[in-house]
Write a protein of this length. Structure first.
Ligand SMILES: Nc1ncnc2c1ncn2[C@@H]1O[C@H](COP(=O)(O)OP(=O)(O)OP(=O)(O)O)[C@@H](O)[C@H]1O
Ligand SMILES: [Mg+2]
Length: 221
């Protein structure tokens, strides 16, 4: 990456919906004191992601950039937009002009359609900032994660590394790092009480900032 100002601008993507993207986004937003943007939100029936993130991080509200689209139904964005009779204007999906750290949370996984002929991964390619891939720790992760990484690599999208979310698994981290050749940024544990204090404790314990700097400075990256 070229400009130092962009050093901590990442897309947080997941191998699936409900995989922990908002939680891990909260972890990074708090640790880096970054801006947060969820450009497309599908579903308003309960707390939306930006609200959950505000609650978990307690960051200044000014750090939370307004969604480009909020659709009513909790379905894939392409269909949610159709139900709401909205046409996506791609200009509104361009990255906000932020100087400093920024975390962008995707809508679902990589192959989720944003329109009938445009996928989430196409937009990630356009954004041109590195991806942090959140994956589950347990059964099913090898297939989902290896497929996701293959799709990213095929498009030459930079991948900063993996965040493996959930109860510690004996073998999966090793297997994932061997097959993908990617750094494991964190094995993020299952936590009973998710709050800003526990996020801060984990941020220090897992030594995330130094790991990010090491990865960004590594030749491989
Ligand atoms: N490590 C964890 N410990 C405890 N709870 C977790 C953990 N990871 C995820 N969860 C819980 O699982 C649920 C889904 O997580 P989250 O909302 O972060 O997923 P998501 O990938 O952002 O979902 P979406 O696709 O809807 O954006 C939340 O209730 C979250 O608190
Ligand atoms: Mg989310």
């Amino acid at each position: 990456m070229s400009a130092i100002k962009n050093q901590f601008q990442f897309v947080i993507c997941g191998t699936d919906t409900d995989i922990g993207k908002t939680l891990i986004s909260s972890f990074f937003v708090r640790g880096l004191n970054s801006f947060y943007w969820k450009p497309i939100q599908s579903g308003i029936e309960s707390e939306i992601d930006s609200q959950a993130l505000a609650r978990l991080t307690k960051v200044n509200k000014a750090k939370i950039i307004k969604e480009a689209y909020i659709f009513r139904e909790p379905v894939s964005p392409h269909w949610a937009a159709e139900i709401d009779q909205k046409v996506i204007n791609f200009q509104l999906l361009n990255l906000p002009n932020i100087v400093g750290p920024l975390i962008v949370e995707t809508a679902g996984g990589l192959m989720v359609p944003i329109t009938r002929n445009y996928l989430q991964i196409d937009q990630i390619k356009k954004w041109d900032i590195p991806v942090i891939l959140v994956c589950r720790s347990g059964l099913g992760t090898l297939n989902h994660t290896l497929l996701s990484v293959e799709a990213l690599k095929k498009r030459n999208i930079k991948i900063l590394g993996l965040v493996i979310n959930g109860n510690k698994h004996f073998d999966n981290p090793k297997t994932l790092s061997e097959f993908t050749n990617l750094p494991i940024i964190a094995e993020f544990p299952y936590i009973d009480k998710i709050d800003s204090n526990n996020l801060d404790i984990l941020w220090k314990e897992l030594n995330i900032k130094n790991k990010l700097i090491t990865i960004l400075n590594s030749k491989k990256y």
